[in-house]
Design a protein around this ligand. Structure first.
Ligand SMILES: Cc1ncc(COP(=O)(O)O)c(C=O)c1O
Length: 290
């Protein structure tokens, strides 16, 4: 099988011909940031919001952005020309390759830019129909979870808790409150009202989360952004996960106990339908960036 085309520092190359220095600070320190953007039929979902978040992550780690949003979008389009169909575009920028290993940020380094595209794996019809199992864990990650950093060891360890239990995600609690899951945002529904944790430094500012809040407003769902106590999650009628690849997905068991009636609830079904409508409109739109 031929190696898929990927982007490395401005060049399009077969993935297996890209070699990254062992001195790259992304490799040595996880000193970099990333984005994952879904593309439906060549149309990027909320590209501007993804590149705004990339800029925020770069500002937080004091890394100069090598591209404007328009340049980023043009580079992604160039890559997507080699990848038809629905794709997940992965973009990573690290602080580059210094002469020696030193924690201190070296001045004047060119960042390393890497992008790849892979077929977008959204939840199966069965997962949408039946929902998924999750387990919970203490949120032991750092205080800067709003940075989409490639330093993902905390998230890797958290996700493995659910992988070991044969579950789809690990729902995290910090000091008795819901934060998010290892690689998703989390919503609850109680009495027909959707609630989500505030977008502070304890969670990633999910682009899908933002999209769901917009769709909820347009669809006239009752929606609150506020601290959500662990007890509320355990007593919720519905729990949902959201991410660029999961879209919106119902959680039907948490730690082995059924969530509500143990099947995806009516508010989830409404939100899922709104999301599918949004996607269909995006795929039919004339411009690449949505
Ligand atoms: C920790 C974490 N929270 C939330 C999300 C959801 O973000 P988005 O909707 O932008 O994909 C992700 C995405 O991978 C994530 O890793």
């Amino acid at each position: 099988m031929t190696s898929p085309i990927a982007h490395f520092n401005g060049k399009l190359l077969p993935l297996d011909q890209i070699a990254i220095s062992p001195l790259d600070r992304g490799f040595l320190f996880g000193d970099g940031v990333y984005e994952v953007i879904p593309a439906y039929g060549g149309r990027l979902l909320r590209a501007r919001e993804h590149f705004r978040r990339l800029q925020r992550s770069m500002d937080e780690i004091r890394l100069a952005n090598p591209h404007t949003p328009d340049e980023w979008i043009a580079e992604v389009e160039r890559l997507l020309a080699h990848h038809p169909g629905n794709q997940s575009v992965y973009i990573q920028v690290t602080r580059g390759v210094p002469a020696k290993r030193d924690h201190v940020m070296p001045a004047g380094l060119a960042p390393t830019v890497f992008m790849m595209a892979s077929p977008l794996a959204t939840p199966s019809p069965e997962a949408v129909e039946k929902g998924v199992a999750c387990v919970s864990a203490k949120d032991f990650r750092w205080e800067k979870c709003h940075i989409k950093s490639t330093s993902l060891l905390g998230n890797v360890l958290a996700r493995q808790v659910s992988a070991d239990a044969g579950a789809a995600e690990t729902v995290l609690f910090r000091d008795g409150f819901l934060t998010e899951a290892a690689a998703s945002n989390v919503f609850i529904v109680k009495g027909g009202v959707v609630a989500a944790a505030p977008q502070d430094n304890h969670i990633l500012l999910g682009i899908t989360y933002e999209l769901l809040t917009d769709l909820a407003r347009e669809g006239k769902l009752r929606f609150e952004i506020r601290p959500v106590a662990e007890a509320e999650v355990r007593g919720a009628d519905e729990i949902w996960l959201s991410s660029s690849t999961k879209e919106v997905l119902a959680v039907t068991t948490l730690d082995g106990k059924p969530v509500g009636a143990g099947v995806p609830g009516p508010v989830f079904r409404r939100m899922h339908a709104l999301f599918q409508e949004y996607k269909a409109k995006l795929a039919a739109a004339p411009a690449v960036a949505g």
